[in-house]
Unconditional design. Structure first.
Length: 174
């Protein structure tokens, strides 16, 4: 069955009204075989055949109806596509906005990490400097007791003068 078969109904006697194949053999008429040389009979057969063919032909109304149905189906499909396209546009805009927000957050995070790294480096240098300064003041002399008593100062002055081999020009600061 083809797309046009709905437009070719059956005749009241049950015969198919679709156009016959051009290569199909001709059917015999109900009145028997054709008689050659009978112009009235041939004319009657031709008229019947023409009537049958014209009844099977599409009319302008049939063609217009088919065009309207096709046009309606196309408009429905187009409306569906437009709806889908609008939905996709909305989703793309959301994704683009999210991507832009992520890029801004990433940039802010990178800047914060850079600042934290610089601050950490500065603090490490300060701690190292403080450690070095505290070590400079702490000279450990083995064998001397670590007390805060005053005789320790005079003992150290005597010890350093003995090591240096002469008297120190200035007093030693502790």
């Amino acid at each position: 069955m083809g797309p046009m078969d709905g437009y070719f109904p059956l005749q009241p006697d049950g015969r198919d009204m679709r156009p016959a194949d051009k290569m199909a053999p001709e059917e015999e008429s109900a009145g028997g075989s054709q008689v050659e040389g009978d112009p009235a009979g041939e004319l009657t057969l031709i008229r019947a055949e023409l009537t049958q063919i014209s009844s099977r032909m599409l009319t302008k109304a049939d063609t217009n109806q088919m065009v309207q149905e096709l046009r309606g189906a196309l408009w429905e499909e187009l409306a569906g596509l437009r709806t889908d396209l609008t939905a996709l546009e909305g989703r793309v805009e959301e994704v683009e906005a999210t991507a832009q927000d992520c890029a801004q957050q990433h940039q802010a995070t990178e800047m914060a990490v850079t600042r934290q790294g610089n601050l950490l480096l500065t603090k490490r240098r300060q701690v190292e400097d403080l450690e070095n300064r505290s070590r400079r003041s702490n000279i450990l002399v083995r064998g001397l007791p670590e007390t805060d008593a005053a005789p320790l100062t005079s003992t150290l002055e005597a010890l350093f003068q003995h090591i240096l081999g002469a008297e120190a020009p200035d007093a030693i600061r502790f």
